[in-house]
Design a protein around this ligand. Structure first.
Ligand code: DC
Length: 229
């Protein structure tokens, strides 16, 4: 079964998707981390961030894996390196490149083949897995998302203001919703979950309920008939 969680930055997708996959014992795909990984390796190899064919070839040539909450490129744990401010900036042109998105779609489909997966990003329900059994668009108001982000940044010792976070969030939302290919949108048939005022457990409870309701029935023996009453 495939569950897709899409939505804007700061809606709590990553922590929700990771915990959901952990509780279910399913695979977790952080597709933002995949774009970030391509940007990181491109920068290290001095591949110009506007060279779409080279970026797409790079995406095909590296192996990105998720293991126990960490992100690996080939043998290297890149979990921290992909989240620096510089790499976040470098990721934007990579995620906007149509050829990279086309390559990613194939890579993500291969990764999810014949598995139970929770996948998280911007286009998972709309472009990559439109046939997923459960598609969710997870969101929250800009103020709530910025407040959560502020708490995270302060916990990391970063000295940022709510206004700064709101401004950069607005910028990212605009970029994500206006890119030419793979723009963030609520997929057809996706459930909308607005998490304003909900804590993590409440969000997980809603998602687990939806999954239970849509889980395909286990296969029965061919020709088996229900017992007569
Ligand atoms: O979710 P995140 O911040 O780690 O995403 C990193 C970047 O990748 C961000 O610019 C949005 C983009 N992205 C995307 O275009 N499509 C996805 N499926 C996931 C992320």
């Amino acid at each position: 079964m495939i569950v897709t969680l899409d939505g804007p930055a700061g809606a709590g997708k990553s922590s929700t998707a990771r915990e959901l996959a952990r509780r279910l014992g399913w695979c977790y795909m952080d597709t933002g981390a995949m774009y970030r990984a391509v940007a990181l390796v491109a920068t290290r190899r001095a591949i110009p961030l506007e060279d779409e064919p080279q970026l797409a070839a790079l995406a095909e040539s590296i192996e990105i894996r998720f293991e126990q909450g960490r992100v690996f490129v080939d043998a290297e744990d890149v979990s921290e390196a992909i989240r620096t401010a510089d790499n976040t900036t470098a990721t934007r042109p990579v995620a906007n490149a149509a050829l990279v998105r086309a390559a990613m779609k194939q890579i993500q489909r291969r990764m999810a083949a014949d598995r139970d997966v929770v996948t998280e990003g911007r286009d998972q329900g709309s472009e990559v897995f439109p046939q997923a059994e459960l598609k969710v668009f997870l969101t929250a108001s800009p103020e709530e998302r910025a407040r959560r982000r502020l708490a995270e940044e302060r916990a990391k010792g970063q000295n940022v203001t709510l206004d700064e976070i709101l401004a950069s969030q607005q910028d990212r939302d605009h970029g994500d919703t206006h890119r030419e290919v793979g723009a963030m949108r609520q997929a057809e048939g996706a459930e909308l979950l607005d998490t304003d005022g909900m804590d993590r457990e409440a969000v997980l409870a809603v998602l687990l309920g939806w999954i239970e309701a849509r889980r395909p029935a286990p296969p029965t023996a061919a020709g088996a008939r229900p017992p007569h009453a």
